[in-house]
Design a binder for this molecule. Sequence first.
Ligand SMILES: Cc1cc2nc3c(=O)[nH]c(=O)nc-3n(C[C@H](O)[C@H](O)[C@H](O)COP(=O)(O)OP(=O)(O)OC[C@H]3O[C@@H](n4cnc5c(N)ncnc54)[C@H](O)[C@@H]3O)c2cc1C
Length: 464
Amino acid sequence: MENIQKSFDVIVVGAGTGGTTAARFTAKNGLKVCLIDRKPRDKIGDKICGDAVGNEIFGLLNINHPKSEELSCHIKGAKLYSPNLKKCLTLIDPKQAGYIVNRLEFGQRLLNEAIDAGVKQFLDKTMALDLIYSNGTVSGLKVKLENGEKTELKSKLVIDASGFYSPIRKALKSSLIEKTILKEDSILCYREIIKFSPKDQTVQDPEYITIILDQEKAPGGYIWYFPKDESSVNIGLGTFMGYKGKVKDYYQRNAFKEFIKVSKFEIISSGGGVVPVRRPLWSCADDGIMLIGDSACQVNPLHGGGIDPSMRAGYYAANSALSAFEKNNFSINALWGYNHSVMTSFGAEFAALDLLRIVLQHLSNEELNFGLERDLLSGEDILEISSKGGLNLSVINMAIKAFKGISRPNLLLDMNYLRLRMNEISRLYKSFPENIAGFPEWKEKVVGIYDRIKKMIVNTKKRN
Ligand SMILES: Cc1cc2nc3c(=O)[nH]c(=O)nc-3n(C[C@H](O)[C@H](O)[C@H](O)COP(=O)(O)OP(=O)(O)OC[C@H]3O[C@@H](n4cnc5c(N)ncnc54)[C@H](O)[C@@H]3O)c2cc1C
């Protein structure tokens, strides 16, 4: 490995959906980029995932939509079921409706396109170990190369896209960025891709991904059934992190046995993974560094979809990198625009959905059944939050809901309180400060909203 280059404008850690997007758009605009990943090149993209990605991101980034062997099937949207399966909300969200992809082929395409866009050096089988700091600013990386040699790579900027377990986030010396993600803000998942003969069993609802909320069968998470093609499905289950060791049992009992009714089948792929399900990190940047994707907790807290936001964030980070190079300034002040882009776009949506996620996780199956059946929060509400980052309910609509929910006044009051707080937090995120000076005051207001929601949950528990 003597002839590797060691000095770059930008080093991107992780060649997942976020990292390849960041590398592609920084390289395309003329920056000298090094992309590294610990996996071998032919395994890039191979990830335990539900494989669902909406079509909006491809238009937004002006890149090719999945096709040929990369594409498993088209989906129109999601169907969200109450625990007793009596209520089904149909959600047609352009960020999630679109495609079920073959993750490996999709990842390989994104990698090849990043390299074609001008990435100067791609190092596979290369592990990021630690950050290098100069004068308090990130100035490169310590890495372990394929041959076991440890070396240093220097850069003006590091973009971390190394996923949930990011060693980079843990190595940060930052007062802005939290290093650890709480267990209660993470969901542990297990999933299998199962192939059967279409003569023995047909794929149910092949144009929709199916999600079932059930606090007993999947505590804190949900069960999913995603179509793949006419003879295979992606089935999984997510729970609170506390159920480590048991998640596969939950899956076997409550997902596999529920959905697979044939004795002859083939398990194409199986495995577990963790998804962060909270709002993005307080700050997704600091001096000389930006974090994107799972590393920055940029995942939809309600359904765990993180492909679209990781690619959006990769694009935003690339734009901020370019403007930092134009100014020749790599401080947090110069990179603040990246935070602003994240927080005012999907950050606003995810903060509102994070409050909803926290409240849903504390409801019993009985309350979930009641709330969903009475439209205390409907599919339209959830989509309105997703498209506009907030709810704009008319007085009449609220009155109808109040009338419908009258037999459970406390739950109704809680859901109305939640709606107000979701709107409030979304407005707050949309007015994220344009420079760091306004950040402490903004953060205090966000903390205040979370405190009020937590208080509401405690009071509800006391009442029950
Ligand atoms: C079970 C499950 C189901 C999911 N289903 C969906 C879904 O249906 N739709 C959806 O949109 N999202 C889904 N997600 C979430 C989605 O997979 C992620 O949010 C998304 O892949 C995030 O992309 P990323 O680029 O941030 O990270 P990743 O795709 O995780 O990529 C991180 C990369 O960094 C590399 N890396 C890690 N550590 C190092 C290191 N030290 N040095 C060098 N390289 C390193 C890894 O090898 C990897 O290639 C699911 C997640 C799970 C766990």
